[in-house]
Design a protein around this ligand. Structure first.
Ligand code: SAM
Length: 362
């Protein structure tokens, strides 16, 4: 794939770090205008990828190359237009075009399959759906006002939108589960959950991370907490886990209260959804509910100093335009915890872009 934006080339510093990947040095950098053009075309590439993900093209190619006519028939699309989409993706290394307008999978296309453990298909769909794409079209509104473009686009906040739009909610929850699959293995490897009796996953979505942790730690029992409509969808997903019998489901609103009696409360991609005031309400509710000696564990991408390419710094813009939250630096987390009566004890990096940020009662 020649899109330097994703590969880590940065003509300004010749060395970037994308979390898990090691630093990449580049001998010959593209001229600035060419590099900038690649960045500009990123949204076109992303939206074209959405089409392939939504149509399940990678799944159709699992048994071998197929002609664009066969793919168009299978996906109920216009063959000449689908050809142009697949040709564009093949030019980026996603799929490869063979003689006779046939297309085949490439290593980069593999994570677009639905049936692989590191599937990003649902993430690609979430990124491109019109209700999400339209929000990004209003990014300037967020930058001018400091307010969420989601609210401006849909007339309500993200999570009440999902409550009223079950199909969109399903897309979102599946995308979050995919992100969790990628992060969970890294979190389990980096952080020792062994001494925990009851782990409460606050706003744990469909339970992908919680069940992953419980499967790796047979003595830990879990509580999955989220909004009622999310918990309703989580039961079926959790049932497929070997750890299902150790999961208790609780629904509710974390701005009101959270389940009591846990000795650890984990939150992945939660505090970053909210401004400081609302994040503080959640943290204070947890502090009130946890057992004496309990701990809070946040799984978030910490913003680093410097100009290296950084997944968290782009995700931060998604937080700005969609939920109206933000990614934070280590010091910002320390200060937030302190305001909630918690002491940040350590930050455990993982092999993913996320760290486990640990705190205990002050
Ligand atoms: C970005 S998702 C993260 C989900 C999950 N932790 C993960 O990483 O896959 C945010 C979650 O917060 C939940 N949520 C939003 N508002 C909530 C509230 N007031 N009370 C409880 N959960 C809430 C959403 O339903 C959603 O599952």
């Amino acid at each position: 794939m020649s899109t330097a934006v994703f590969e880590g080339e940065n003509p300004n510093n010749h060395s970037v770090n994308l979390g898990e990947q090691s630093s990449v040095s580049t001998e010959a950098s593209p001229p600035p205008a060419a590099f900038l053009t690649q960045i500009l075309l990123g949204s076109l590439a992303s939206q074209t990828l959405y089409v392939a993900a939504k149509l399940g093209i990678a799944d159709h190619l699992v048994d071998g190359p197929k002609s664009v006519e066969d793919l168009a028939k299978a996906t109920d699309t216009d063959a000449p237009s689908l050809y142009r989409v697949l040709r564009a993706l093949a030019s980026l290394g996603v799929f490869t075009e063979q003689d006779g307008r046939k297309f085949a999978l490439t290593p980069t296309a593999e994570p677009l399959r639905s049936d692989v453990p590191d599937s990003l298909r649902d993430v690609a769909i979430f990124w491109g759906e019109d209700w999400h794409w339209d929000v990004w079209g209003k990014i300037l509104y967020s930058v001018r006002t400091g307010k969420s473009a989601w609210g401006q686009t849909h007339g309500e906040e993200v999570f009440s939108f999902f409550e009223k739009n079950p199909e969109a909610a399903q897309v979102f929850n599946r995308a979050m589960s995919s992100f969790s699959s990628v992060a969970t293995a890294a979190v389990i490897e980096a952080y020792d959950f062994g001494g925990i009796e009851t782990l409460v996953d606050i706003a744990g979505g469909h339970g992908r991370m919680l069940t992953g942790i419980l499967e790796a730690n047979p003595k830990v029992r879990g509580v999955l907490f989220d909004l009622p409509h999310v918990i309703a969808g989580a039961r079926e997903q959790v049932a497929a886990s070997k750890a299902a019998e150790r999961v208790e489901f609780v629904d509710g609103d974390f701005f009101a209260e959270v389940p009591e009696g846990g000795d650890a409360y984990i939150m992945k991609h939660i505090i970053h959804d909210w401004d400081d005031e609302r994040a503080l309400t959640i943290l204070k509710n947890i502090k009130r509910a946890m057992k004496p000696g309990g701990r809070v564990l946040l799984v978030e991408a910490i913003i680093a100093d410097g100009n290296n390419q950084d997944f968290g710094k782009l995700l931060d813009i998604e937080m700005l335009v969609s939920p109206g939250g933000k990614e934070r630096t280590a010091n910002e987390y320390r200060e937030l915890f302190a305001r909630a009566g918690l002491n940040m004890t350590r930050i455990v990096p993982t092999k993913s872009p996320y760290s486990v940020i640990e705190a205990v009662a002050a």
